[in-house]
Ligand binder design. Structure first.
Ligand code: IMP
Ligand code: MG
Length: 181
């Protein structure tokens, strides 16, 4: 099942676009930089669920310095007095005041999710905030901030696998698949 080149998730067909070997090499390069740059900072890694669970597990195994790991989630709920959707960062109780925090994401697309996360970490007075993402779609990116660690840049195609989903399915695949037009 994991070694086939085409998969179907719900109504859509996807074809293999990034092999696990490529993913693992990219993670190795990110880990090397983190090991060199953060080894004396006792950082707190915040992995953003659900998408980043697989990347996080593989990345953290390659880190060789003292650090803390926690998992967060952006919970969406509708505000009571407006139609606006509020997204609140939940799941961690660490005091992050003044600490080096590394946000770990599966993918940065428009970059808006990360803006929201950084806003809330700044409200909690985090020290330095760094961003590590396995994947990035530079053509879609609208942010005006720096993404410190990028594993693989990809075109603007919709993908699944290695933690990423299409309507909650497809996260379990070891490789990454892109939508077939
Ligand atoms: P952004 O706010 O536009 O940067 O979107 C980030 C979030 O959208 C990610 O954390 C993913 O959950 C989701 N996302 C973006 N692109 C893809 C994709 O190609 N496949 C699956 N999920 C995606
Ligand atoms: Mg995500």
């Amino acid at each position: 099942m994991n070694d086939i080149n085409r998969i179907k998730v719900h109504d859509l067909v996807f074809e293999k676009s990034i092999d696990f070997k490529q993913i693992d090499d990219a993670i190795g390069r990110i880990a090397e930089r983190l090991n060199a740059e953060l080894h004396d900072k006792n950082p707190l890694f915040l992995s953003v669920l659900n998408g980043a669970f697989m990347f996080s597990a593989d990345l953290f195994k390659k880190l060789s310095f003292p650090c803390e790991i926690s998992f967060v989630k952006l919970a969406s709920y509708s505000g009571t007095s407006s139609t606006e959707t509020v997204r609140h960062l939940i799941g961690f109780d660490e005091d992050i005041k003044g600490r080096t925090v590394v946000v770990v994401e599966d993918i940065i697309d428009s970059g808006l999710t990360m803006v929201e996360i950084m806003k809330q970490l700044n409200e909690k007075e985090a020290g330095e905030i760094r961003i590590a993402t396995l994947l990035m779609k530079p053509e879609a990116f609208k942010g005006n901030y720096k993404v410190d660690y990028v594993g693989i840049e990809i075109p603007n195609d919709f993908i699944v696998g290695y933690g990423l989903d299409y309507d909650k399915h497809g996260r379990n695949f070891k490789d990454i698949y892109k939508i077939v037009e």
